[in-house]
Design a protein around this ligand. Structure first.
Ligand SMILES: CC(=O)CC(=O)SCCNC(=O)CCNC(=O)[C@H](O)C(C)(C)COP(=O)(O)OP(=O)(O)OC[C@H]1O[C@@H](n2cnc3c(N)ncnc32)[C@H](O)[C@@H]1OP(=O)(O)O
Length: 447
């Protein structure tokens, strides 16, 4: 079977940044370490006044097409995953295709376009759709572009305000890919949950603490479902485990839970037994409460062991590099975790072809999905081509007052009563220019 997977990746960050420990924490009266150590975040990216989900997505897609030498006629499909859409009918992919048609000869008339929604999981689902379309032989030898793009903003004063972010990732899905091949095996954990939602409103209604528990429960189910279609997972089989990362502290919790699950009844559990005992088994306890108490105690001990720390530092910590610098990018979040892992492998000059990643995606509402990806010949050149470090360095550092203005600019219903000037100069990129006669958003390419 011909390999199908990710052939190229491009990232676009919002061009502004908010320093969480330095600017946000003092205004909130918080200890800066709540951000750096607790949540695990240093900065959040924000969109400048002329940026939105369309400009960020189109800029990422243009970067990808230029680097891969592609024209519109080469692309068979454009899918956008977002939970920040501003239009209930016209998909964001049509706005993005319209942008791209301004700068390329030819058009995307022939391309199938769509928009995927399942909170942060939608990007992974859009990759699945493209994979299935290629596997079904309906692609006429053409690749798909999958774009994940979000402005992850929360209402001012919501606890989620600490975990905002904005950016986009464009990925080329093709046969014989140069970055990773996707596995056919997948595991799901899916339930109707009311933890994070936006019923006809821009900013989410969030039960933050519950959303953390829902994330962990769906992940555990997805892991069990994945194991039901594959052999039991062996820790040694995976070089990295990129998770959906709303904030790195969330992944710290998920990784510990996954590790405990995976090592049960293995030599790893035995080798820890002298130090922290064996894992509690439910049938050894009178009731569920006592069992859960024992599990919590075991987890507290487990996270301090050298064995666990070594695995975490090798397979998980390196996936959090970009997230710490940009915050939550919703649909893009697991995809920048994958890129962070690949960048770590590059830094370490790892002999990486044929190694495997265990990728764990999640969307509120709620569903988790787990699958494996195998690193392909060519990954190195693709990762070396990314210019995300330069983009991060060039971000404008917002003061508190400027942050308040930027939040208002991007809030649909806020009435500032004055113009807010842009903080950066557009340079060879798509920009938002205003509204048209049917209230559509309009864009231009700024040379
Ligand atoms: C949204 C998605 O993308 C989908 C999902 O993944 S859902 C799962 C994640 N949920 C979200 O991201 C929802 C949006 N976020 C939120 O609602 C909130 O930011 C939150 C609930 C995650 C945290 O809110 P909070 O109440 O302000 O923070 P709080 O729990 O007090 O502190 C955060 C962490 O910092 C730690 N901390 C606090 N002060 C600290 C300090 N001075 N030093 C070190 N650590 C500190 C806390 O102990 C806590 O860590 P643990 O959970 O490991 O104990």
């Amino acid at each position: 079977m011909t390999a199908v997977g990710i052939d190229g990746i491009e990232i676009w960050t919002g061009k502004l940044k908010l320093d969480l420990p330095g600017t946000f924490a003092p205004e909130k009266g918080d200890d800066p370490e709540k951000y750096t150590k607790g949540l695990g975040l240093t900065n959040s990216s924000f969109p400048d006044v002329y940026e939105d989900i369309v400009t960020m997505g189109a800029n990422a897609a243009k970067g990808l097409m230029d680097r891969k030498g592609l024209e519109p006629e080469d692309i068979g499909r454009i899918d956008v995953a977002t939970e920040s859409a501003f239009d209930h009918s016209k998909p964001v992919s049509t706005y993005i295709a319209g942008c791209l048609e301004q700068v390329y000869d030819g058009d995307f008339t022939h391309a199938n376009k769509g928009e995927r929604k399942f909170a942060c999981l939608a990007g992974t689902q859009a990759i699945d759709d493209a994979y299935n379309w290629i596997r079904a032989g309906r692609n006429r030898d053409r690749p798909a572009i999958v774009i994940t793009t979000d402005t992850a903003l929360y209402a001012r004063g919501d606890p989620g305000e600490a975990t905002q972010g904005a950016g986009a990732v464009a990925m080329l899905i093709d046969e014989d890919p140069s970055v990773v091949e996707l596995s056919t095996d997948q595991g799901y954990g899916s339930k109707d949950e009311t933890d994070f939602l936006k019923p006809n409103q821009q900013f989410p209604s969030v039960d933050g603490k519950r959303s953390v528990q829902v994330y962990l429960s769906r992940m555990r189910e997805a892991l069990e479902d994945y194991e039901s279609v594959t052999d039991d997972i062996e820790l040694e089989d995976f070089a990295y485990a990129p998770f959906h990362t709303p904030f790195p502290g969330m992944v710290r919790k998920a990784a510990l839970l996954a590790y405990r699950h995976v090592i049960r009844d293995t030599a790893h559990e035995e080798s820890l037994a002298d130090e922290i005992g064996r894992q509690p088994r439910e049938d050894e306890y009178d009731d569920r409460e006592a069992y859960e108490e024992a599990i919590r105690g075991y987890m507290d001990d487990l996270k301090t062991t050298e064995q666990y720390q070594t695995w975490y530092d090798t397979a998980v910590e390196p996936t959090l590099g970009l997230s710490r610098e940009v915050g939550n990018w919703y649909t893009s979040s697991v995809h920048i975790a994958r890129v962070s892992a690949l960048r770590d492998a590059l830094t370490r000059d790892r002999d990486f072809v044929g190694e495997t990643l265990l990728v764990a995606s999640y969307g509120s509402g709620a569903q988790a999905e787990i699958h494996a990806e195998t690193v392909r010949e060519g990954w190195q050149a693709e990762v070396e081509a990314l210019d995300i470090d330069a983009q991060l360095d060039a971000r404008y550092d917002l003061s508190w007052d400027e942050y308040e203005d930027v939040h208002d600019v991007h809030e649909y219903d806020a009435d500032l009563g004055r113009e807010v000037e842009e903080f950066t100069q557009p340079d060879g990129e798509f920009v938002f220019t205003g509204w048209g006669r049917m209230n559509e958003r309009q864009y231009e390419y700024a040379e």
